[in-house]
Design a protein around this ligand. Structure first.
Ligand code: SAM
Length: 456
C-alpha cells in the first residue's frame, strides 16, 4: 500500500490537473488518459476501440468526461447508452468534469434509471441520448441517482478551508486511485464526511446508541475494502476481519436477529483511510466528541462531558513544551486522569517511555483504549489504561487520597512490567464540577462524590 502513491504520482497529478482544468472535454483528455492507461494497461481502450466513449476498460469501467459539473447526468446516461448501442460491458461508470467526479456501480443504480435508459432510440448518438435523458429525468430520480453514487465529489465540496471540513483534490485523487485499483470491490466508502451518518445507521443494530458508537470504534481500524464478518457459535457476537484476513477486531455483542443486516452493512462498505495523505483510523477517534454529541446527545448531557478538541489539544501541548523547562519525556511518566475522548493525551508524542490514562466513565475509557491500540505509535511506546477495561469501571481521582490512588495506578502499571520509578506529570483538562446543581443531577452524572479532604 505504501508504495502506491509514489508509483502513480505523475499520472495522479495529471488527473488532478484534469479536474482543475477549464478546458473543454477534448483538451482535458490528455490529462485524463495516463492514469487509466497505467492502471489498466492493455484493457485500456479509447476512441474507435471504445465505440466513442472517452475511456473504456473492458468488462469493468466506462469513463465519460464532461466540461462542467452540471452535465453529470448527461454523462451518466451517455455511458449507459454505450452499453445498449455498442454492447460495451462494464459494471462501473465514472463521470468526470471540472471539480467533479461521480462513480456508480451499475447494479446499485435505481431501477428507474436503467428503465429510462432503455427508452432511448438505440440508433441515436450516445452524446445526444445523454442530453435527452437527463432532461427527461424527474427530480426524484435525479436525486436517487446522485444518492446511489459509490463516490461523489462536486465543486462545492472543495470550497472553504480544509480545517472547516472542505475536501482537497490531493486527498480525493488518492481516494479515486484507490477505488480504481479495487474496481471489482462492490463497496461504498465511509469517509470523513459521512462516517457520523454511518454510526447513526448502526443504531438500528443495537439496543442503545452508545452501543452503536462502541461497535463503530471497535471495528473502525479493521474495516477496509476486504473486510468480512464472522459470527461466534452461539450467534451472540460478531467480529470484523480486515486487511485480507490479517487483522481482526474484538467481538461485538449483538442480537441474533440483527446479524444478517450487520453483515450486509459491513461487507458492502469500507472505511476511508489514506496513508498517502496521512489520514489514519485515528482521525475517526479525534472526532469522537462530535460523534457522541450527534449520536447520543443524552449521554453527553447526562455525564456533563466537555471534550478537548483536537486542535486545542495540540495547542495545549505546544504551550506546555514551551513553558515547562524540564524534560517531561525523560524525567516523568505522563498521566491523564480524566482523559475523556483521549484527544489531549493522544496528542502527546514526545520520546515518552510510557503513558497512563484513566477516566471516570468506563465507556470513554474503552474507546480510548481502542484508539491507542489502533495507533502504531502508542503500541510501540506503551501505555496503561487504569482500571483495565474488562472490569467496566472508571476511576475517580478526586475521592481518594493520593497514596491510595497511586497504589491503584502502580498495581495496574505493573501488569505491563513498568516500574513507577519517576514522578507523574499530570496532563489534563480537568473536570468542571458544578456543586450548585441539586444532588439528583449530580447523582445522574456520577458526580455526587466528596472530594477527599487531603486534596482540598
Ligand atoms: C474536560 S473533560 C477532559 C477531556 C479530555 N482531555 C479530552 O481530550 O477529551 C473532563 C473529563 O473528566 C472526566 N471526569 C469527571 N470527573 C472525574 C473524576 N472525578 N475522576 C476522573 N475523571 C473524571 C469526565 O468524564 C470528562 O471526560
Amino acid at each position: 500500500m505504501a508504495s502506491v502513491p509514489n508509483q502513480f504520482s505523475v499520472e495522479r497529478e495529471k488527473f488532478k490537473q484534469c479536474l482543475q482544468s477549464d478546458s473543454v472535454e477534448n483538451a482535458r483528455r490528455a490529462l485524463l488518459y495516463p492514469l487509466f492507461q497505467k492502471l489498466f494497461k492493455e484493457k485500456f481502450k479509447i476512441e474507435n476501440d471504445a465505440a466513442g466513449a472517452d475511456v473504456y476498460i473492458v468488462g469493468q469501467l466506462i469513463v465519460e468526461s464532461k466540461t462542467e459539473f452540471k452535465q453529470w447526468l448527461d454523462g451518466l446516461f451517455q455511458a449507459l447508452h454505450y452499453h445498449r448501442k455498442a454492447g460495451l460491458a462494464f459494471h462501473t461508470i465514472m463521470v468526470v468534469a471540472k471539480e467533479f467526479v461521480g462513480i456508480w456501480k451499475v447494479n446499485k443504480l435505481p431501477e428507474e434509471a436503467i428503465k429510462l435508459s432503455y427508452k432511448a432510440d438505440v440508433q441515436k448518438a450516445a452524446s445526444e441520448v445523454g442530453k435527452l435523458l437527463a432532461k427527461e429525468c424527474s427530480r426524484e430520480l435525479r436525486v436517487a441517482i446522485h444518492e446511489s453514487a459509490f463516490y461523489w465529489l462536486e465543486p462545492k465540496y472543495l470550497q472553504g478551508d480544509i480545517f472547516g471540513g472542505a475536501r482537497n483534490l490531493t486527498t480525493e485523487s488518492f481516494e479515486i486511485l484507490k477505488i480504481l485499483k479495487n474496481l471489482d470491490s462492490d463497496r461504498f466508502q465511509i469517509n470523513t464526511h459521512n462516517f457520523i451518518h454511518t454510526i447513526e445507521r448502526m443504531k438500528a443494530f443495537f439496543p442503545t446508541p452508545i452501543e452503536a458508537v462502541h461497535a463503530f470504534y471497535t471495528i473502525v481500524a479493521f474495516w477496509d475494502i476486504t473486510s468480512t464478518v464472522t459470527i461466534n457459535e452461539e450467534e451472540t457476537e460478531v467480529t470484523v476481519t480486515g486487511f485480507k484476513g490479517k487483522k481482526h477486531s474484538t467481538a461485538i455483542p449483538i442480537h441474533r436477529n440483527k446479524i444478517q443486516d450487520f453483515i450486509r452493512f459491513v461487507e458492502t462498505q469500507y472505511i476511508f483511510t489514506n496513508e498517502g495523505s496521512g489520514l489514519t483510523a485515528d482521525y475517526y477517534f479525534i472526532r469522537f466528541d462530535e460523534v457522541l454529541a450527534a449520536i447520543d446527545a443524552a449521554y453527553v448531557k447526562q455525564h456533563g462531558i466537555f471534550f478537548t478538541n483536537g486542535n486545542l489539544s495540540k495547542y495545549a501541548l505546544w504551550f506546555a513544551k514551551n513553558e515547562v523547562k524540564e524534560d517531561l519525556n525523560e524525567n516523568y511518566i505522563v498521566f491523564d486522569p480524566a482523559a475523556g475522548s483521549g484527544n489531549l493525551v493522544s496528542s502527546w508524542r514526545g520520546k515518552l517511555k510510557h503513558k497512563i490514562v484513566s477516566e471516570l466513565q468506563p465507556d470513554l475509557l474503552r474507546i480510548i483504549e481502542r484508539r491507542m491500540k489502533a495507533d502504531p505509535w502508542h503500541v510501540e511506546h506503551g501505555f496503561t489504561i487504569v482500571p483495565r477495561t474488562a472490569s467496566n469501571e472508571g476511576l475517580n481521582f478526586l475521592d481518594i487520597d493520593a497514596a491510595t490512588y497511586l497504589d491503584r495506578l502502580e498495581g495496574e502499571v505493573k501488569r505491563n512490567n513498568i516500574l513507577m520509578d519517576k514522578p507523574l506529570a499530570f496532563l489534563m483538562n480537568p473536570p468542571y464540577k458544578n456543586t450548585d446543581e441539586n444532588v439528583t443531577a449530580r447523582e445522574a452524572t456520577n458526580s455526587e462524590y466528596s472530594i477527599h479532604p487531603s486534596i482540598l
